[in-house]
Design a binder for this molecule. Structure first.
Ligand SMILES: [Fe+2]
Length: 302
């Protein structure tokens, strides 16, 4: 079979720095449902129930929360070389392929694009035997959404450099895939290049719904949801976590392959007042919209 991307097999993890490390660690373990995998050299690594060594890492920042990198798992060492070859003048190699000192290990090359999005390209990281899925607990990352103030350029970068495929383009989003998930990365068509949100796959719709109640009880009310998206057909609840990090529980992500016909904005329209399939949730609140523009990539550490 052919893969949607010949170079990238999935989005593995996201690294963040936060001003209040303890509060954020507590959020991701006690409330969000991750487990501390390991702490190493001041960085805390949190895993889900799936096979990835970790899904989120957190370290101390001195200012607002920052995105350190989005980690993509590559299909081969050769894929890293292909990515570097296609990067050309559209980005920079920050560090050449070298062993990683983090849970899962493996090797990684770090690159950035022209506007400073930082990608860690990991290969040969150890994957745990996946534990049994547990209700309410995240299994793995489902997708990461990044804002783009030049969405056509960003889409082309993903197509040319990472060999992603466009799944759907709506008026405000471009959904890109690298495997059978409808999307692993999406771009929000907006006026900056911040992190929009991080989505975690949970086992089922009940886990998405119960997550809404659990987060509400913990002081993090649903900012948008519950609902079912158009593109991807996945269910959702969105929350504004500590330091304006926006997180989503999602389930039932549509599985697609080569014969999927990419939709365009005219294929994805809603009746007035409706932006998801169910129509039971209020519109995304302002707190969510504001938070989705606040967490930027940190400057790369060379
Ligand atoms: Fe999402």
């Amino acid at each position: 079979m052919t893969h949607a991307s010949s170079r990238i097999s999935g989005v593995r993890s996201v690294a963040l720095s936060v001003p209040d490390l303890q509060t954020t660690c507590d959020f991701f373990t006690k409330t969000w449902g991750l487990e501390l995998a390991e702490s190493r050299e001041g960085i805390h690594y949190f895993k889900g129930t799936g096979s990835d060594a970790f899904l989120i890492s957190l370290r101390q920042s001195n200012g607002p929360a920052k995105l350190i990198d989005v980690t993509l798992r590559v299909r081969s060492l050769q894929a890293i070389e292909e990515i570097k070859a296609h990067l050309g003048s559209d980005g920079t190699v920050i560090s050449q392929t070298a062993p990683l000192n983090e849970p899962g290990g493996g090797v990684a090359c770090i690159i950035s694009d022209k506007v400073g999005r930082i990608y860690k390209l990991v290969f040969d990281d150890l994957q745990n035997e996946a534990a049994e899925e547990q209700k309410d607990r995240p299994i793995r990352l489902a997708h990461v959404v990044l804002n783009s103030d030049e969405i056509a350029v960003t889409q082309k970068f993903y197509e040319d450099v990472f060999d992603f495929s466009l799944s759907d383009r709506t008026k405000i989003m471009a959904f890109m895939r690298c495997n059978n998930d409808h999307h692993s990365i999406a771009f929000g068509d907006t006026d900056n290049n911040a992190l929009n949100h991080i989505a975690f796959l949970v086992p089922d719709l009940d886990s998405v719904m119960r997550g809404g109640g659990r987060l509400k009880d913990a002081g993090f009310p649903i900012a948008w949801g519950p609902g079912r998206h158009g593109p991807g057909n996945n269910t959702f609840n969105y929350f504004v976590g500590p330091h304006d990090i926006v997180v989503e529980y999602t389930s039932e992500v549509e599985q697609i392959n080569d014969d999927y016909k990419a939709g365009s904005p005219s294929d994805w329209t809603w009746p007035p007042g409706r932006i998801d399939q169910w129509g039971i949730s209020p519109m995304p609140n302002q707190t969510l919209k504001d938070a989705q523009k606040k967490v930027f990539f940190d400057s790369p550490k060379v």
